[in-house]
Design a protein around this ligand. Structure first.
Ligand code: NAD
Length: 270
């Protein structure tokens, strides 16, 4: 029986995630590399994608223009500004999209919601299976413990990460808030130094640390009287995000238009 081949277009191909994605596609049996795109004028343009990823030449050169019809699905791990352009290009071509880029503002997230009416999109701040489960555990714990237990979150990432706190930390905070009937944007505190007051009961603190080469660590604490619960996820290999994003890519090609997340891909959604 012939195996169906899925052609992947990677945006942000020269980056840490882009090169991890190229390696995973090269190692898979059902995926091919349709095209690789990176920033116009950047050092990756014109280079062979396989070589960029530290492997043998593939015959796919990195370009600076996204043409979604060259593949079956576009996988974007770049910058929020690029994501805006890519969403519009995918809508025009009717091609599904996986978005791993974090740090999107409200307007850019709204664009994704609108785009979900036209094409299937999977958008997740974290494509690891472990973090997807942590999100669910956070909801269950927050709902069971109730608002008397104070929730605080710290995260650590490598020195190059641009957005802080991480998209994953914000997503975990949002899960805690929703499970306890709070609106996350009303209760999230990301900078306590400027407040000059004691902690308010409804607050959810979310704080980022940057340095070294950490791929990503998230610790959610529920702080009670005389006891404390900690839920911790530590990523030790960037390949987990690449594998999760490609799992989403295999899944999304058969979906109707909609804005999905990793819960949907893993079948954990309601
Ligand atoms: P990186 O800086 O190593 O790579 C980003 C790449 O995007 C670079 O090669 C850059 O040249 C390219 N780029 C910039 N502007 C572009 C444009 N206009 N068009 C095309 N390419 C462009 O960053 P990274 O560590 O690979 O992370 C990329 C993004 O993915 C970040 O937002 C990061 O937070 C996010 N991320 C998400 C997950 C997840 O699971 N969702 C996991 C890890 C990282």
């Amino acid at each position: 029986m012939n195996q169906r081949m899925i052609s992947i277009i990677i945006v942000g191909a020269r980056g840490r995630m882009g090169t991890a994605l190229i390696r995973e596609v090269m190692e898979s049996e059902d995926l091919t590399l349709g095209a690789c795109v990176d920033r116009s004028g950047g050092p990756g343009i014109g280079q062979d994608a396989g070589r960029l990823a530290g492997r043998t030449d593939l015959g796919v050169l990195v370009t600076d223009e996204l043409r979604p019809r060259r593949g079956s699905v576009v996988v974007d791990f770049s910058l929020p500004k690029a994501t805006e352009t890519n969403v519009n290009a995918c809508i025009e071509a009717g091609i599904p999209l996986i978005i791993g880029t974090t740090g999107l503002n409200e307007q850019q997230e709204l664009l994704l919601t609108e785009a979900g009416e036209r094409i299937p999109i999977v958008y997740a701040a974290n494509f690891s299976v472990g973090v997807t489960l942590l999100l669910q555990l956070a909801s269950v714990a927050a709902a069971a413990l109730g608002p008397d237990w104070e929730a605080e979150l710290i995260e650590l990432h490598h020195r190059f990460k641009r957005d802080a706190p991480s998209g994953t930390a914000l997503r975990i905070g949002q899960a805690v808030a929703e499970a306890t009937d709070r609106k996350f944007s009303d209760v999230a505190i990301t900078d306590r130094a400027s407040l000059g007051r004691a902690r308010q009961p409804e607050e959810i603190g979310v704080f980022g640390m940057r340095g070294g080469d950490s791929i990503g660590e998230h610790t959610l604490m529920f702080l009670g009287e005389g006891e404390r619960i900690e839920l911790i996820h530590r990523a030790t290999d960037r390949a987990i995000f690449a594998r999760g994003a490609l799992r989403a890519a295999r899944w999304v090609v058969d979906q109707p238009p909609g804005l999905y997340d990793m819960y949907d891909v893993l079948g954990l959604g309601e």
